[in-house]
Design a protein around this ligand. Sequence first.
Ligand code: UD1
Length: 332
Amino acid sequence: MKILVTGGLGFLGSHICVELLENNDEVVVVDNLFNSKMEVKDKIQEITGKEIKVYIGDCADEILMDKVFLENAIDSVIHCAGLKAVGESVEKPVWYYQTNLGTTLNLLKVMQNHQCKKIIFSSTATVYGVPEKPQVDETFETGKTTNPYATSKYMIERILEDVYVSDKTWSIGILRYFNPIGAHKSGLIGEEPNGIPNNLMPYILKVAKGELPVLSVFGDDYDTPDGTGVRDYIHVVDLAKAHLKAVNKLKEGAGIYKYNLGTGIGYSVLDIIRNFEKVNGIKVNYKIAPRRAGDVAACYSNPAKAEREMGWKAEKNIEDMCKDAWNFAKNK
Ligand code: UD1
């Protein structure tokens, strides 16, 4: 199979490329290097011993995307490219909508022109907004989103549904990620956010390295076992492997398939800190701070549908996630 990975040099995209190459698929990447680096291409090739073809540019560029599809007989697209910082999306909503929707619409248009009708879309658990219950399955209502980033992902899900309604020969996979962390075990690829991180694990890594003084734990008075927020952290390699399963699922036939991707286990902020300290033998300096606006007490997946229908299940545990994240970050 020849697979186009948009955003293929990013955190998730790079891990997907590795898994595809190890599965003997051919990989073509389009990446604008906005939140990634060209050297990631070499790292992917170093890990796998295989070549990938990379086009540097934007998925919103119709001429570029047309060239990509003309030069490569793409079977399926895995669409990871997009902006993903929640806080930034609140400050710059027009940019977020224009980027996330514009790139996707252009990609879909070019795919239609080239009769490529298989796409897997990187969505997010935040399309559920504030969930009715902490353990979320795919039947839960979506759309009550709380920030432009989440809304843009929800809108793209709706667009994909309309595409399917208009032409039932499309095969569309919508994967709703919970909280991806960790890194490839080689330590060669991982998450490298620009500036001061917003998310928990990248912040812990900076504190562990001594680059930031202290982690603020946002609230210890939630209705959770230890009072801190509970989330479903999933190893990025498990997440990447789910995309291979999704590619196979789409081969079964046309349809629109939606899956939660998580472990189904909720860990609190303090659980993560303790596990990180234990497996890596490093102290993480933290203090309790007020709740962060927009956070929910607990949110974790019911991943049963992905296992039932795609045969995918997360295999790595919280210790693997903490160990591999540090293994990547400590050498940076
Ligand atoms: C966030 C995004 C989500 C995105 C995900 C990527 C929101 C509302 N959602 O999820 O759209 O897909 O990141 O992984 O922002 N925490 C601290 N101190 C910190 C940072 C975080 O205590 O410095 C806590 C948070 O309060 C939360 C947990 O750690 O309880 C996880 O936070 P974070 O990593 O930012 O992820 P989410 O907010 O779950």
